[in-house]
Design a protein around this ligand. Structure first.
Ligand code: F3S
Length: 755
């Protein structure tokens, strides 16, 4: 679907030379991850050895993908870049804003009514700027990307953490914040710390009840939710090549659950088969021409300890099916131990609902294997004990499984088919209406990726366990968490003891994939005449105005809040109900810093208004300063802005008139986001100066007119009693970033350069 074979040919033409150069520089064989990374340097041909876990490197990704929730602000910003078209192939996917309730058709209709203006906006911006648009119901971003755009050896970024799914087709695919996507769409480099490398050697072969999902459930148990942080996980070995491409996608998808930057697999025949079956024989032909560059050098997999920072080995022939959870994806329990674990932990044994599908597990292989179990319900005169739902990952998969009779089979066990969208996977599941917060303690099993409290249904008392679609289906049939289909039997409607046969399925549809309307809308060739309309009445969308430069005469700046302790991007720009306003800067700004603790009274959202002496909510007080034309400053502790890369956490304070953020230390991405929005991101040269800041302080910047790289700045603090302190503050701005500040934002500068 509109993938660009010429772009792939060009990428492959550069790959050999760049990888060979990198190998010479590094002086040893290269892993696949290194090959892809070195082949995508912004500078082109590599000129130096990059240090893993140390060097920040500029990359040139091949593609960008955005989902509907994060695309809104990203595209609103992109509109300011002054570009007629996106600089790299980009797609937008409407999948997050569709709530699952009664079934696909009705749910989709309701979503189109409630989020119509957001979908219309995304469609018109996509049309104008050369972005491929996947309309609501077309499918989940990661499944659609795997089916249409992922290619071996490529690099992409996406505004969703499970973008990593595309590693199943041998890509380096990384989840990022909207601001990063805007940079790449606008033709700028994308920066990443050169990752560490974890090698996972898969020996043996999957069989019987064990599925690719069990590999990542096992890896999650080993690495825990933090173990992959800052690393790319590269899978290899006979177990890897004997597995389907979509199975590899499942494994890479859940790499996000161990914190990995991304995961990937070397090019092999399963990828060739998948490319051909998804109508991309030309990509497979091109990949086959440079095969050796699309996997690691042979010496690497022969002696992995010498090339990876960490190596894990898993024998697939011995791997058991797992269920991970509840409340965390790394609590891994092999199915043979589940009865014991459930008893010990008092987990409710009755399973209320089994849910299969989602971006993680809705391939033809997954669905056909699950259907082979569902079919046994009627064949063996069983009755399905739990509710059962299916969330297909794309219209192409849904159409094909319907054609091949699988939906009928699921129908017979009373299954509900939800829309081709995220639905329960992202908490868009209206299971309890508005009573979710007080829902009963209960157990569900699903084949998704995340199982944090409230993730699926908003009920903090739901215990969610993650398993393969096969295991989820078997457990739903039995209705029990402690059912082990390998050893246990069921009693059928005739009172007979029966055993479920092992699941069987097809890697790919024997009759090929089919679809009537995949849901893709190609952009206009020339979008210059297209008007992007956003109603001024809208509460969900608001066109952005360029930020005015703050300037270098910052005097009389008031303290907005001195934040105490942890202040993450969630404290700065809360999620939950505020997600609704992600496309409306002024409305979402009403949550600015409402979660931060005020160091002077240890309360949240309760700060002193220096103009009136009264206390109020942070956004309210800040709006008073803004009205009076007064800039303010936020003071914070260590690792300020940790958490997500959400650019709202920088844009909101900027929009409300905060000029500077002064902290003991920053989370790096947030620091960069502040710089991009044309603000001052500063750190105390002497951390103890944090204690000098008093509630009524006024800040005068004494030497901002000499703002230069590596040159600390001086701020005069004027206290309420008239006494003064001068403090030194550091910054990490380079010349380009100072230009962002001077222009008011990075986008303003891009626009100026494009004018
Ligand atoms: Fe994310 Fe699941 Fe959708 S992980 S993309 S929410 S299906």
């Amino acid at each position: 679907m509109a993938f660009d074979i010429d772009m792939i040919k060009k990428a492959y033409a550069n790959m050999a030379h760049r990888v060979d150069t990198a190998r010479d520089l590094v002086g040893r064989p290269l892993t696949l991850s290194e090959k892809i990374l070195y082949a995508h340097l912004w500078e082109g041909t590599p000129t130096k050895v990059l240090q893993r876990g140390k060097d920040y490197v500029d990359f040139a990704p091949d593609r960008v993908a955005c989902q509907d929730a994060t695309a809104q602000m990203a595209l609103l910003q992109f509109m300011h870049a002054g570009k007629p078209k996106v600089a790299v192939p980009t797609t937008v996917h409407c999948d997050h804003l569709i709530q699952a309730k009664v079934g696909a058709e009705a749910d989709l209709k309701r979503a189109k009514e409630t989020s119509n203006e957001v979908f219309d906006f995304l469609e018109s911006v996509s049309n104008k700027y050369g972005i491929g648009f996947w309309k609501p119901g077309a499918g989940i971003i990661h499944q659609v990307v795997l089916e249409n755009y992922a290619f071996p050896g490529g690099m992409m970024i996406g505004t969703d953490s499970h973008t990593v799914n595309a590693g199943g087709l041998g890509m380096i695919a990384i989840g990022v914040g909207g601001a990063d996507a805007v940079d790449v769409m606008a033709g700028m480099a994308w920066e990443l710390k050169f990752p560490k490398l974890i090698g996972v050697k898969l020996t043996g072969k999957l069989s019987g009840w064990t599925a690719p999902k069990d590999v990542i459930l096992k890896v999650a148990g080993i690495l825990t939710v933090k173990g992959g942080t800052g690393a790319v996980i590269e899978y290899f070995g006979e177990g890897a090549t004997s597995m389907s491409c979509t199975g590899k996608g499942t494994i890479c998808n859940m790499g996000a659950e161990v914190g990995a930057t991304t995961s990937t697999f070397g090019y092999d025949e399963s990828m060739d088969r998948y490319l051909r079956s998804t109508d991309r024989a030309d990509v497979a032909d091109e990949a086959n021409k440079i095969k050796s560059y699309l996997t690691a050098d042979p010496e690497v997999y022969a002696n992995p300890e010498a090339y990876f920072d960490q190596v894990i080995e898993i024998n697939l022939s011995e791997l058991e099916p797992h269920l991970n959870g509840p409340f965390t994806p790394d609590l891994a329990t092999p199915i043979s131990k589940m009865a014991e674990a459930a008893k010990e932990n008092d987990w409710p044994l009755n399973v209320q609902v089994g849910l299969i599908g989602s971006c993680t597990n809705s391939s033809y292989e997954d669905i056909s294997r699950a259907a082979s179990l569902a079919k046994q319900v009627s064949d063996k005169n069983l009755k399905t004990k739990s509710e059962f739902t299916i969330t297909p990952g794309s219209e192409q998969v849904r159409f094909t499984i319907e054609r091949d009779g699988f939906i009928d089979i699921f129908d017979k066990i009373g299954a509900k088919v939800f829309a081709n969208a995220c639905g329960p996977c992202i908490g868009m599941w209206d299971r309890y209406g508005d009573k979710a917060a007080d829902g009963p303690r209960n157990t569900i099993v699903h084949s998704f990726n995340r199982n944090f409290a409230k993730r699926a249904d908003g009920n903090p008392n739901t215990l969610a366990f993650v398993g393969s679609p096969e295991l989820v289906t078997a457990i739903a049939i039995s209705g029990r968490l402690d059912f082990n289909p390998i050893t246990d039997t069921l009693i059928n409607e005739d009172g007979e003891e029966v055993r479920l046969d092992e699941p069987r399925g097809y890697e790919l549809p024997p009759l090929g994939f089919a679809v009537e309307d995949a849901g893709y809308i190609a952009p206009a060739e020339d979008g210059s005449h297209i008007n992007v309309k956003v109603s001024t009445e809208s509460e969900r969308l608001q066109l952005l105005a360029p930020f005015k430069p703050i300037g270098n005469k910052l005097q009389g700046v008031k303290l907005l809040i001195k934040a105490f302790g942890k202040c993450t991007t969630d404290h700065i720009s809360m999620a939950g109900p505020w997600l609704r306003y992600r496309g409306h800067l002024d409305n979402i700004a009403n949550n600015t810093l409402i979660g931060a603790v005020n160091a002077f009274n240890k309360q949240t959202n309760f700060v002193k208004n220096q103009l009136t002496g009264e206390y109020g909510g942070v956004p309210d007080v800040q709006r008073e300063y803004k009205k009076a034309g007064i800039f303010s400053i936020v003071v914070g502790d260590h690792n300020y802005g940790e958490g997500s890369s959400r650019e709202h956490a920088a844009m909101q304070p900027r929009h409300l008139g905060v000029a500077a953020v002064l902290v003991k230390s920053f989370a790096r991405i947030h620091e960069t986001n502040l710089k991009k929005q044309g603000m001052l991101a500063l750190t105390f040269a002497n951390e103890n100066d944090y204690d000098l800041i008093q509630e009524d302080d006024i800040f005068n910047f004494l030497d901002l007119d000499a703002f230069a790289p590596d040159k600390p700045l001086t701020i005069e603090l004027v206290h309420k009693d008239g006494s003064k302190d001068a403090i030194t503050v550091n910054h990490t701005y380079n010349n380009a970033q100072i230009a962002w500040y001077n222009e008011g934002s990075a986008l303003n500068l891009i626009k100026k350069q494009n004018a």
